[in-house]
Structures are given as structure tokens and as C-alpha cells.
Design a protein around this ligand. Sequence first.
Ligand SMILES: [Zn+2]
Length: 142
Amino acid sequence: MKDIKIINLIKLYTLLLLSQGPKHGYEIIKELEDKLDKKISTSHIYPFFEQLKKNKVLIIERHKEKNRKTYQLTEKGKNLTKSMINRFAGLIDIAIEPRLKVCIHCACKVYEGGHNEILNKKKLVFCCKHCASTYKKLVKTY
Ligand SMILES: [Zn+2]
């Protein structure tokens, strides 16, 4: 599978959209425009579809009425997309990790918000009020 390189977000999204099921070309373009907030032209995706088809990643089904085509991932295409998602999820973890705070009480990770309290002049991070109050009760008993 070395011959297929997913070098840009449009291609990545296209494969993700196709992994949801068979779609028409115009559906994919519309969803890409919504998600990426960018004008997408057919020249962005149709050569990519042809390339995917050549690599047996995609089946192009032609419909007689309205000359519409449906694009659908093959088994090989589904596996490719799955491994891509896994790799991508790993990257997202790496990107998010430094922004996480850890709740002092339960050790769960807090991405946004959480609950801060000042205790003995130190700022403490909790995931929620309940963890903070339980923690404070525990600290008092020592
Ligand atoms: Zn907590």
C-alpha cells in the first residue's frame, strides 16, 4: 500500500467520509466543504478517487439515471482507513497530552475547565467540585 499517500486533510476526510458508507461525489464535496470550511472543487477529489480505484481501495458504481456515481470502499479500503484512523488517533493523543491537567483526587485527566481551588496558598486542580470537597475532607483528617 506504499503507492497511496494520504498527504492532505482533504484526502484524509474523504476516506473518513467513505468509511461511513457509499456516497455520491457531490455528497462528499458538500461534507468536505462543511467540515473544512473551504471551497472544494471536483479536481480536489476526482483524481484521488481514480487513484484509489486503481489501487482497489474504492469501487465506483455508475448509475444510469442522472449519470451519477456512487463511491464505496472495498474491504482493502476499509482496512486502510481503519489503520489510518488508528495512526491519526495516536497523533491526536500526542497533541492533546500536554494540555491535560490531572485531578489531584481521582487522577482523571481534565482537558478543559475542571475545578480549581486554592488550598494552603497552592492552586489545586480537580476535575469537579465533588472531587475537591472529598479531597479537602481527606486532607483535614490527617
Ligand atoms: Zn476527580
